[in-house]
Design a protein around this ligand. Structure first.
Ligand SMILES: Nc1ncnc2c1ncn2[C@@H]1O[C@H](COP(=O)(O)OP(=O)(O)OP(=O)(O)O)[C@@H](O)[C@H]1O
Ligand SMILES: [Mg+2]
Length: 371
């Protein structure tokens, strides 16, 4: 049986297992991710909201003292549950090592290795891989039916899609394979350090650092198969129909270009975006065009009704702003033709507490989705 076609944001929050919100800086990713999560919890789902963005804004808005790598329950009166957490890549990496190690000895050898400390927090892609890993863990956690992901404000926000593949490439790398090949009689380190090129590297980066690196790779031996299997599973999950991608954009040219960039990045990975949230828009002020309002203003001028003419001119101005925004958004809408689109208007105040987030969540599902 083919899955039910998604026709609204209400469908998205009731049927998805994972919702990933992406978009450029400041468009409202954190706010709309929280609004979707709150609304889903109101439909009875057990939702965990994960932010990869270290900004405190989400914790503050949810009324939490802070967020950690373990989900905290949000105090929300609803038929479901809302939990929230913030990715800590290092703790997640440590947990993976604990899980994959064959025994306590191997676990300690890795966790206490200085080279590991360095790569765990700095290895390019480790943050992204751990985001993907955490997402996988949460999606398999029986406490939750839905995971909502708030991505960081960067062009690289979707790097976690490639991170499992990159890790696999790293594990398949010739040098790595050579390093972890069983060392006969413990000679590997000696042989290794005796290589002229590595002697030179050792002189530059320090013999200790080099020795730590070799020890690390040797301690890592046997773990890579677990990593490899997990990488495949994580990648499959991110590309499966369980993962729903939402692009958030405002009606500014640069954020629209960024939203198009995200849409294209996803398309390259064979992923269609399911929803587009157009946020902070100017309201359209009823049906009718700015041109029609101007005509009405001129008519009022002729009949000497100057107060009415002023009102029509104001209306024409406001409508022309909304029309300009709709024109600017067209290229994005054309590129996301299969997605449901929702428009959220600029509110008078920032969305900084649970009540305002919940209101925005109601708007997300109540507003008719249109192209
Ligand atoms: N519809 C709206 N009306 C008014 N204010 C809004 C609206 N949506 C978001 N905001 C406000 O805009 C600001 C930026 O929103 P948010 O933090 O959600 O954006 P973001 O995309 O997550 O930003 P960043 O890229 O920095 O992580 C916040 O102060 C938020 O309260
Ligand atoms: Mg944010």
């Amino acid at each position: 049986m083919s899955p039910k076609k998604i026709q609204s944001f209400s469908d998205i929050i009731t049927t998805s297992r994972i919702i990933i919100c992406c978009g450029s800086g400041g468009v409202g990713k954190t706010t709309t991710a929280a609004a979707l999560a709150v609304q889903a919890a109101h439909t009875g789902r057990r939702v965990v909201l994960i932010t990869i963005d270290p900004a405190r804004r989400l914790a503050d808005a949810l009324g939490l003292d802070g967020l950690s790598n373990d989900p905290s329950r949000v105090d929300l009166a609803c038929s479901g549950e809302l939990w929230a957490m913030m990715l800590d890549a290092r703790s997640t990496f440590d947990d993976v090592i604990r899980r994959e190690s064959r025994d306590l000895e191997q676990q300690q050898a890795i966790l206490e290795n200085p080279f590991y400390s360095n790569i765990a927090s700095r290895l390019s892609g480790s943050q992204e891989y751990m985001a993907a890993e955490k997402l996988y863990e949460l999606s398999n956690d029986e406490r939750f039916d839905l995971v909502v992901v708030d991505t960081p404000p960067s062009r690289e926000a979707l790097d976690f899609l490639d991170a499992p593949q990159k890790l696999m490439n790293f594990l398949d790398h010739r040098v790595y394979r050579w390093l972890v090949m069983p060392a006969r009689g413990g000679l590997r380190l000696l042989n290794f350090a005796a290589q002229p090129i590595l002697k030179t590297i050792g002189r530059v980066i320090g013999a200790d650092v080099l020795a730590d690196a070799v020890n690390f790779f040797q301690a890592f031996e046997g773990i890579e198969e677990g990593f490899r299997q997990r990488s495949v599973a994580v990648q499959e999950l991110l590309k499966s129909s369980s993962s729903t991608y939402i692009v958030v954009a405002c009606a500014h040219n640069d954020t629209i270009q960024e939203a198009i960039y995200f849409t294209e990045q996803l398309a390259e990975a064979n992923i269609n975006i399911t929803g587009v949230i157009l946020n902070r828009l100017q309201p359209p002020f009823g049906k009718g065009s700015s041109a029609a309002s101007l005509t009405a203003a001129r008519k009022a001028d002729k009949t000497g009704d100057s107060a009415v003419a002023v009102l029509y001119r104001n209306l024409a101005h406001l409508r022309s702003l909304s029309e300009a925004q709709e024109n600017a958004l067209k290229p994005l809408l054309e590129r996301s033709s299969g997605a449901v689109v929702v428009r959220l208007y600029q509110r008078a105040e920032d969305v900084h507490d649970l009540e305002a987030i919940a209101e925005l969540g109601r708007d997300l599902v109540a507003t008719t989705t249109t192209r």
